[in-house]
Design a protein around this ligand. Structure first.
Ligand SMILES: *Cc1c(COP(=O)(O)O)cnc(C)c1O
Length: 374
């Protein structure tokens, strides 16, 4: 069956081209999983955990079912629960906040930084109470949060710093990779992420030996050895097929990340004259890996429609800031409590972004945007 998306001039993401480029390697890897018939656990999962740990220079990588599980398991094993508060950012995917609630703790939202779209670190102080236990820093779009400030804030107030790196594989801040600043960090390998499996997968990362043991145990029904359940846990594991796929893709991630960054630079160069849009800014001293290239724009609906007519797919991450969702009505916030996030939700637009985008496609998108406003 032909993939209809292939015939769009510029799809938002195209996973097919990448697959074609690594098909032989991928098929060899998958064949060995089928030959060995080890689908859960086993050497492929171990291998990926080792490979990913090595790529990050971290002691422990614990694979799990998906990025949402990894956030929940980290918080649960840090002892976060009823009576506690955890601060996170007003614009993210709901995993960042719903997992706080899953532990029994209360979500406390901080507004978004007006220029960098990650958590506004200067709000942490006013969100702090005697119940605050942790901060979940989300490196949204691939842009690392202001880690100097956040790290020292967490240290001063004895808070756990947890990093949600679902959109920030191999992003850096002052030469350190995102994911290595806090007590533990969470990664998603959802297919569309910068490092994506062909199904659900995720992992947790930490340099803390005790925590690593707990994370692994909790994700495996509370048992490190089969049938020896020390606690009740959950079932959250990466399957061998996904692990084998990720190990193959890990060989190529540097190239793909560089391609994303080059595409972002080209977009920014070609769009720099358009007064009606605001281009993404990269935080100083950091490496933004552009999971998403997000602009702010005037007349968003009309622009999206006009681009769609030209075969250009765009998307919004996210159309409703978390505190404005029905799911958080119980917190009794109004949009005015989060002025930046509430304004951004109406202006942000994610342009097509994936490593295999061509220069022609980027030029076509930029030209179409310029035409729309002229
Ligand atoms: C994708 C994502 C997650 C969740 O990952 P899943 O693997 O889909 O569970 C969490 N946080 C952020 C910021 C994400 O983008």
């Amino acid at each position: 069956m032909p993939d209809l998306k292939k015939y769009l001039p510029v799809p938002f993401v195209d996973l097919n081209i990448q697959y074609e480029s690594i098909k032989d390697e991928m098929e060899t890897a998958l064949k060995s999983v089928f030959t060995e018939m080890t689908f859960i656990g086993g050497r492929f999962v171990q291998q990926f955990e080792q490979d990913f740990a090595k790529a990050y220079g971290v002691k422990h990588v614990i694979s799990c079912g998906n990025g949402t599980d990894s956030l929940y398991i980290i918080m649960k094993m840090l002892g976060i629960g009823p009576g506690d508060e955890v601060i996170t950012v007003a614009n993210s995917w709901i995993s960042s906040s719903e997992t706080i609630t899953q532990t029994g703790a209360r979500v406390v939202f901080a507004d978004v930084h007006p220029e960098y779209y990650s958590i506004n670190e200067t709000q942490l102080k006013q969100k702090l109470t005697s119940r605050t236990k942790a901060v979940v820093a989300v490196h949204l779009h691939g842009q690392v949060c202001e880690m100097d400030f956040i790290q020292s804030f967490c240290k001063t107030h004895s808070l756990y710093l947890i990093e949600d790196c679902a959109q920030a594989h191999f992003s850096e801040y002052r030469g350190t990779k995102a994911g290595l600043f806090g007590i533990a960090s969470s990664f998603s390998f959802y297919p569309g992420k910068n490092l994506g499996a062909y199904g659900d997968a995720g992992c947790m990362m930490t340099n803390d030996d005790d925590l690593a043991t707990k994370l692994r145990m909790y994700a495996r029904h509370g048992a490190l050895k089969k049938h020896e359940h020390q606690i009740e846990g959950v079932n959250s594991r990466m399957d061998s097929l996904q692990a084998a796929i990720l190990s193959v893709k890990l060989h190529h991630i540097n190239k793909w990340t560089n391609q994303r960054m080059a595409h972002a630079a080209l977009y920014s160069r070609l769009l720099s004259e358009v007064k009606e849009i605001v281009l993404p800014r990269v935080r100083p001293h950091s490496k933004h890996t552009f999971h998403l290239y997000v602009i702010r724009c005037k007349d968003r609906q009309e622009l999206m429609r006009s681009l769609k007519e030209k075969g250009i797919e765009t998307s919004i991450h996210y159309p409703t800031a978390l505190p404005n969702l029905k799911a958080y009505q119980y917190l009794n916030h109004t949009p005015a409590d989060f002025p930046v996030a509430s304004q951004l939700q109406n202006e942000i637009l994610s342009l097509p972004m994936f490593p295999e985008l061509t220069e022609e496609q980027i030029k076509y998108v930029a030209k179409s945007i310029r035409q729309f406003y002229s």
